[in-house]
Ligand binder design. Structure first.
Ligand SMILES: Nc1ncnc2c1ncn2[C@@H]1O[C@H](COP(=O)(O)OP(=O)(O)OP(=O)(O)O)[C@@H](O)[C@H]1O
Ligand SMILES: [Mg+2]
Length: 282
């Protein structure tokens, strides 16, 4: 599969502070890639370098076949959508007029506005003034703004932080729908449930260094203790090794109709992050 993004030996230094230390990774076209890390780990710095808002100190970055010297061009901007912590709306304009303005800026057709408003569940609110929106609504308009020109690749810096679960679900559905038509999504989060549910692959960023990179399921398997947890009909709880030598024991339990519940107990991404870095994700 072709790469949407290639990052090689990337480094970013602010004065004496090394925010990104020799980071390497690729993002495939069409994948949802999550960059996970606690506050200060370098997530926003990474997004800003990959979108041309900050310059790199060393290394190479290539996004949609373009190197960082092209990140200010209209070609780059027409192919990339960005939702960052400094994305804003025109407070005195309606939701619709805000999006109309961005449609014109990106030379996108106006019918995109209604499509995207339905996707983020804001069609009914389209004539509301931006200053009267709740935080969750405003965040969804910002997402709509990032998507209005149907970009090939979207960068989302903590798209759902501090939002209620209902709003979060609307945003997740909109992102999944977007991904189904082939859009590549690069998001940062410190919400491990969000990453587990949405991302094809996640990378752990800790103090500017990548610690792990794989699918959530592969990481959860890698760090599992390879056991089954069994609850029998008689109420007994057993922990059985997921190994060939215990196959007879498991078979016996099933054959005797003793199994009420049986599951593996793989760790969550948050537990793995703590194990790998010694630090909580939040
Ligand atoms: N413009 C800047 N000037 C100086 N230092 C900066 C600048 N931007 C970020 N840093 C530093 O770089 C490091 C990484 O910050 P960054 O904002 O990338 O973290 P983050 O992972 O996005 O955190 P959060 O989850 O709180 O948003 C921090 O030590 C921060 O102080
Ligand atoms: Mg940040």
């Amino acid at each position: 599969m072709k790469s949407a993004m290639e990052v090689k030996e990337l480094q970013k230094v602010f004065g004496k502070n090394i925010a990104i230390k020799h980071v390497d990774f690729n993002v495939k076209q069409g994948e949802i890639f999550g960059l996970l890390g606690p506050s200060g780990s370098g997530k926003t710095t990474m997004v800003k370098i990959l979108t041309g808002e900050l310059s790199k100190t060393a290394g190479d970055v290539n996004v949609l076949g373009m190197d960082s010297s092209k990140f200010k061009t209209s070609d780059f901007k027409s192919k990339v959508g960005i939702l960052s912590d400094n994305s804003t709306l025109y407070k005195r304009l309606s939701v619709y007029d805000n999006l109309k303005l961005f449609c014109k800026l990106y030379k996108a057709p106006l019918h995109h506005i209604d499509d995207i408003l339905h996707d983020v569940h804001l069609y009914e609110e389209r004539f509301k003034t931006a200053s009267d929106l709740s935080k969750g609504m405003a965040q969804r308009v910002l997402l709509a703004k990032a998507l209005i020109h149907k970009p090939d690749l979207v960068f989302l810096d903590e798209p759902t932080s501090a939002l209620d679960p209902g709003t979060m679900i609307h945003i997740h559905r909109a992102l999944q729908k977007l991904n189904e038509v082939g859009t590549t999504i690069f998001l940062t989060t410190h919400n491990m449930e969000e990453a587990t549910e949405l991302c094809d692959r996640v990378a752990f960023l800790h103090k500017g260094e990548l610690q792990e990179l794989d699918s959530p399921a592969a990481l959860r398997y890698k760090y599992s203790d390879h056991t089954f947890h069994v609850e029998t009909v008689a109420g007994e709880r057993m922990v059985i090794k997921n190994e060939p030598e215990t196959a007879d024991q498991v078979r016996q339990l099933i054959a005797n109709r003793q199994v009420k519940a049986m599951h593996t107990d793989n760790p969550t991404l948050g537990q793995i992050f703590l194990k790998v870095t010694g630090k909580e994700l939040v």
